[in-house]
Design a protein around this ligand. Structure first.
Ligand code: DGL
Length: 277
């Protein structure tokens, strides 16, 4: 599993709940995050380095847990990989399309994810109208640990009021993607599952929240079950503890500390990796 940092551990957490006994390698590119404010070329370059590293470590299935990397670089990652690759956008869009009765969703994510319109494209092919809203302050607030915090709540109120306003952007112009009719809020960033209870309180009551971490874990679990395994391996039937190994491009100790909060399990076995340019 690959992410720009610790955020993707929300996807790993959802996956471990479904397939506890698998052997997981997780790569967090903590030295080069955030990806959410970077260009497509830079993100693709970083992500391809990281997935090559995971493949060299023996990964048989690659999960791009990072919404920004999936949005900006999934095709390049697939070209560089020789094993199956799953990103977060298709499973997220699928779940949102299923959840939306009115076929109208609001997607929130980083600046780069929103500017790529990758979620918009994925949802429009499923006949769902979309409004996208960048929420760049959420990532630093979550990393600060301000999960249930008045500042985060205030920021969420401002972002979501804008995202669900009937006249998005200029007050004179009513946009065709008017979100007054939206009935789904799709969380298109690794960090947002941690503030889901807060977003639930702040979002309009009729809105269903769809979490791309959960839908991706669902899809990965489905594919893992289809993959050939050693005959002796019945590890997902008996609740064997997961085998976890982590790689981080910045301090292993920092990853261990912050990662434990995102994973909800102790993060041990962290190896520092120096990816040469
Ligand atoms: N992992 C990124 C995402 O899901 C958020 C953090 C970053 O900007 O690197 O978009």
């Amino acid at each position: 599993m690959f992410d720009s940092g610790v955020g993707g551990l929300t996807v790993l957490r959802a996956l471990i709940e479904r397939i506890p006994g698998a052997n997981y390698l997780y790569f967090g590119d903590t030295a080069r995050l955030p990806y959410g404010s970077k260009s497509a070329a830079t993100v693709a370059h970083y992500a391809v380095d990281a997935v090559r590293y995971l493949q060299d470590q023996g990964a048989e299935l690659l999960v791009i847990a990072c919404n920004t990397a999936t949005a900006l670089a999934l095709d390049e990652i697939k070209r560089a990989a020789s094993v199956p690759v799953i990103g977060v956008i298709e499973p997220g869009a699928d779940a949102a399309a299923k959840a939306s009765k009115k076929k109208h969703a609001v997607v929130i994510g980083t600046e780069a994810t929103v500017a790529s319109h990758a979620y918009r494209r994925a949802l429009e092919t499923r006949n769902v109208r979309v409004r996208e809203k960048a929420c760049p302050l959420f990532v630093p607030l979550v990393e600060e640990g301000w999960i249930e915090h008045p500042v985060t709540e205030q920021v969420a109120k401002i972002y979501l009021a804008e995202a669900f306003a009937s006249d998005f952007g200029s007050p004179e112009v009513r946009h065709p993607d008017d979100a007054g009719a939206a009935d789904v809020l799709l969380l298109g960033c690794t960090h947002y599952p941690l503030i889901k209870p807060l977003l639930r309180r702040v979002a309009p009551a009729h809105i269903t929240i769809v979490d791309s971490a959960e839908s991706t874990a669902e899809e990965v679990a489905r594919q893992l079950k289809l993959m050939p395994r050693p005959r002796s391996d019945n590890s997902d039937e008996i609740a064997a503890p997961p085998q976890l190994k982590f790689f981080a491009t910045d301090s292993a100790e920092k990853f261990r500390k912050m990662g434990t909060r995102f994973l909800g399990l102790p993060v041990e076995n962290v190896v520092h990796v120096d990816l040469k340019e």
